[in-house]
Design a binder for this molecule. Structure first.
Ligand code: VG1
Ligand code: CO
Length: 544
């Protein structure tokens, strides 16, 4: 087999965003586009000799093609071995698990996560480092810098590798091992949770569960864990077959895009517990019968109840949340006497804190929760954590959440997304707010008074690296907040995200409609940021 050294010209737009490089499939299909970026990833290693990788994806269109390209390029560049998921399938959390368990030097995940897939949809490439976590900014910056210079890439002239059969083979001098996509991940879950107790919950009484895999990567994992291992009845998992276009859906587990599941849980005599996962399996939405758990509350509740779960019974070191996530977990941390860290959006900022044993649990408002069992957010882990708590407390999801609010108060919380906004207008708005909000301290808006305004900057407490311009924050004297930032995962125009949070200690006032409770803050944001005229939209495209 011969190695081709292919001449290429650099692309200027291969800058990874919040989570990897995401573009339309048609962009990735441009000649040399994928190869250039993969070579740029490889070139961020000091040497390839003896190096090993994990490789898989969420099963979306172009996954299988990209896997063959990456295998042949890795072989040509001198990698020693690659573990690839069966049929090219490995969820993001499962990839993190494989990297850590087998001590590979990193991993590549082919996914655009919650973005739609198919020939007209999106594709993406994420690179994770040897700790199992998303590459930190200094690594992604090195890749981007390389992508602007790369003028050749190496690829082996070889037939495609059979990725549909488990086992080892050789590609040039490199070993390719096709591994079971589920087994390592399932074993890790069994080591953390009380599977006997959850099995009893799911089989002994009338408890009913519905898991929506949204035709994305978690289907095989959910079938194996919930139906085969934990005894849930057949049919518990819906959307359980990964499809290249996710059945035409938008694999984002929220109240808008997971409406099939929402309808099931909100009908009379619906199941007791519902959950959905996103394209690559790192996000989760938790529902009780007729009840939605906000992701920010979910993080707080997992933290407060961690001692009930075997893997966390000895206590947790600390907790971290992304800046826009509500401050509900801060109150739990204060009561437990542990530290609570506030990081920029994106899982890559949690890795250092976990590696340094500063935090055990982390979460984001965007339906992501996880722990130091891996270095990614983990959708099915969150579902199992909740089921373990329900099994021990023998209460419904709604009872557990209401009980939490009584103890800690309720953080009303909502995110408004404006998708497909003109990029120049959106950036101009953020630039204007960056200058404006620091001048607003002391200004009164209705019943609210501004306490601080800034563009969030983060200094990593472990390595001292600084990340600036991470989102406009406006904090009020009663602890309420408005946050505005632009998405780093979208592929069309700009997506503006507006986040609203207020705190209610009085149990009598904890049953209001969320949008009503936040109405005054929403109006203040409009007043200050002129969201409607900037976006030229009357309403957000998605409210969660
Ligand atoms: C979004 C979420 C963020 C999450 C990121 C990747 O980023 O807000 O919390 O970490 O997606 O998640 P942004 O920049 O669009 O707001 V995933 O599940 O796409 O890997
Ligand atoms: Co995801």
């Amino acid at each position: 087999m011969t190695i081709s050294i292919v001449s290429t010209t650099p692309f200027s737009d291969q800058k990874p965003g919040t989570s990897g490089l995401r573009k339309g499939v048609t962009v990735f299909q441009t000649a040399h586009y994928l190869e250039n970026f993969i070579q740029s990833i490889f070139d961020a290693f000091d040497t390839y000799a003896g190096k090993t990788l994990a490789l898989g994806g969420d099963g979306r269109f172009y996954n299988r093609h990209a896997i063959q390209v990456i295998l042949k390029m890795a072989a040509a560049n001198g990698f020693a071995s690659i573990k690839v998921g069966h049929r090219g399938i490995l969820s993001t959390p499962a990839t993190s698990c494989v990297i850590r368990k087998y001590h590979t030097d990193g991993g590549i995940i082919l996914s655009a996560s919650h973005n739609p897939g198919g020939p007209d949809g999106d594709f993406g490439v994420k690179f994770n480092t040897a700790n199992g976590g998303p590459a930190p900014e200094k690594v992604t910056e090195a890749m981007f810098a390389r992508s602007k210079e790369v003028d050749t890439y190496k690829i082996l002239d070889a037939p495609d590798v059979d990725i549909d059969t488990l086992g080892e083979s050789k590609l040039g001098d490199m070993t390719v091992e096709v591994i079971d996509s589920v087994a390592d991940y399932q074993a890790l879950m069994e080591s953390l949770f009380d599977f006997d107790r959850i099995h009893y919950l799911l089989t002994a009484g009338n408890f009913r569960l519905c898991i929506d895999s949204m035709h994305a990567v978690t289907g095989p994992y959910a079938h194996a864990i919930f139906e085969q291992r934990l005894g849930a009845s057949a049919g518990t998992v819906i959307g359980g077959t990964p499809l290249e276009d996710f059945g035409g859906g938008h694999p984002d587990p929220n109240l808008v895009y997971a409406h099939d599941l929402v309808e099931i849980l909100f009908k009379e005599d619906g199941p007791d517990f519902g959950a959905a996962s996103d394209g690559d399996g790192d996000r989760n939405m938790i529902l009780g019968r007729n009840f939605f758990v906000t992701p920010s509350d979910s993080l707080a509740i997992l933290t407060a109840n961690a001692a009930l779960v075997p893997g966390y019974k000895d206590g947790i070191a600390g907790v971290a949340r992304s800046m826009p996530t509500s401050q509900a977990c801060d109150r739990v941390a204060a009561k437990l006497g542990i530290d609570c860290y506030e990081t920029p959006t994106g899982w890559k900022f949690f890795g250092n804190l976990m590696d340094a044993d500063k935090v055990t649990l982390c979460g984001e408002e965007s339906f992501g929760t996880g722990s130091n069992h891996i270095r990614e957010k983990d959708g099915l882990w969150a579902v199992l954590f909740w089921l373990n708590i329900v099994a021990v407390r023998k209460q419904s999801v709604e009872e557990i959440v209401r009980d939490h609010w009584q103890t800690y108060g309720r953080n009303y919380y909502s995110r408004h997304d404006y998708e497909g906004v003109d990029s120049d207008r959106a950036h101009a708005m953020v630039d204007r707010l960056r200058t404006l909000v620091p001048t607003l301290k002391g200004t009164k808006y209705g019943s609210y008074e501004v306490d601080y305004g800034d563009d969030f900057a983060y200094t990593d407490p472990v390595d001292g690296s600084v990340s600036q311009n991470q989102g406009i924050r406006l904090g009020f004297t009663d602890g309420s907040r408005i946050v505005l930032r632009l998405s780093g995962t979208g592929t069309q125009g700009a997506t503006l995200r507006a986040y609203f949070e207020s705190y209610e200690a009085n149990p009598e006032q904890q049953n209001q409609d969320t949008q009503k409770a936040l109405g005054e803050l929403i109006a203040i944001a409009e007043d200050i940021a002129q969201i409607r005229s900037t976006t030229q939209m009357e309403q957000p495209t998605v409210i969660t």
